[in-house]
Design a protein around this ligand. Structure first.
Ligand code: 5RP
Length: 226
C-alpha cells in the first residue's frame, strides 16, 4: 500500500458521525475523502463538510459527502484534516504546494481540531527545504515580490502547469510566489514578517494549528505523532 494512501485512510478514523468537517486538498487527503465517501455510502456515516478547494469540492461531491458553506457552520468546525508539504517535530507545517493555502489556513484555524496527514518524506527537522508558497494579490505583485525577497530569499511566480507561461491563479484569483528562504530558523517570526507585507494575502506556514500528525510509510504502516 502506498504511503499516502495509508496515511490518508488512517486519518479518516478520527471522523465520527455528526461532525462538521474541513476537507483538505492534495493527493494524501484524497485517500481520506475516498474513505469517508465509502463510510457514507456503506456505513451510513453522517457528516457535513467545507472543502478547502474546488478540486476537493468536486471529489467530495463524487464521493457523496454532503457539503456546506462556511456561513452554515455555527461556531467552529469539529475537525479539519489536510495534507502538508513539510512537517517538523513541533507539528509546524509548510503547506500550499497545491495552491490552496488560504482556504486551508482559514479552515484549519476555524476547526476545534486539525489533523495533518502526510507520507514520511514530508517529515523534516527544520522547515524550509520546500519553497514556501505565498499567496499575493495580482496587482503590483512585482513590488510584493521585492519586499518578500528583502526577507532573505529568492522567489518565483508560480505558472500554470498547462501553458507554462500564464501565472497560476488560486481559487481566490490570486497569484502564488514560491519563496526559497532556506532553513527557517524561527517560523513564527517569519509568518509575522510575511503577513506585514502589503500585497501578501496568506503564506503556507501553519504554526500552532496541527494537534496531531498521521504519517504513512511505504510498507503501508502509519505512525501518529502527539
Ligand atoms: C495543497 C496542500 C497540500 O496539502 C500539500 O501540497 C500536500 O499535498 P500532497 O498530499 O499531494 O503531497 O497544501 O495546497
Amino acid at each position: 500500500m502506498e504511503a499516502k494512501q495509508a496515511a490518508g485512510t488512517e486519518a479518516a478514523r478520527y471522523v465520527e458521525s455528526g461532525m462538521k468537517l474541513g476537507l483538505g486538498t492534495g493527493s494524501t487527503v484524497y485517500w481520506t475523502i475516498r474513505e469517508l465517501g465509502r463510510r457514507v455510502r456503506e456505513e451510513g456515516l453522517r457528516v457535513e463538510a467545507v472543502p478547502t478547494s474546488l478540486e476537493t469540492e468536486k471529489l467530495a461531491r463524487q464521493e457523496g459527502i454532503p457539503l456546506i458553506a462556511p456561513r452554515e457552520v455555527a461556531g467552529r468546525l469539529d475537525l479539519a484534516i489536510d495534507g502538508a508539504d513539510e512537517v517538523d517535530p513541533a507539528l509546524r507545517l509548510i503547506k500550499g504546494g497545491g495552491g490552496a493555502l488560504l482556504r486551508e489556513k482559514l479552515i484549519a484555524a476555524n476547526a476545534e481540531r486539525f489533523i495533518v496527514t502526510a507520507d514520511s518524506s514530508k517529515c523534516v527537522e527544520k522547515l524550509g527545504r520546500f519553497p514556501l508558497p505565498v499567496e499575493v494579490v495580482p496587482f503590483a505583485w512585482e513590488w510584493t515580490q521585492r519586499r518578500l525577497e528583502l526577507l532573505g530569499g529568492t522567489s518565483r511566480l508560480r505558472l500554470t502547469k498547462d501553458s507554462g507561461e500564464e501565472p497560476y491563479r488560486t481559487d481566490n484569483g490570486n497569484y502564488v510566489l514560491d519563496c526559497a528562504f532556506g532553513e527557517i530558523s524561527d517560523p513564527a517570526a517569519m509568518n509575522r514578517s510575511l503577513l506585514e507585507i502589503p500585497g501578501v494575502v496568506e503564506n503556507g506556514l501553519f504554526i500552532g494549528l496541527a494537534e496531531r500528525a498521521v504519517i504513512g510509510y511505504t510498507d503501508g504502516s502509519t505512525k501518529t505523532l502527539r
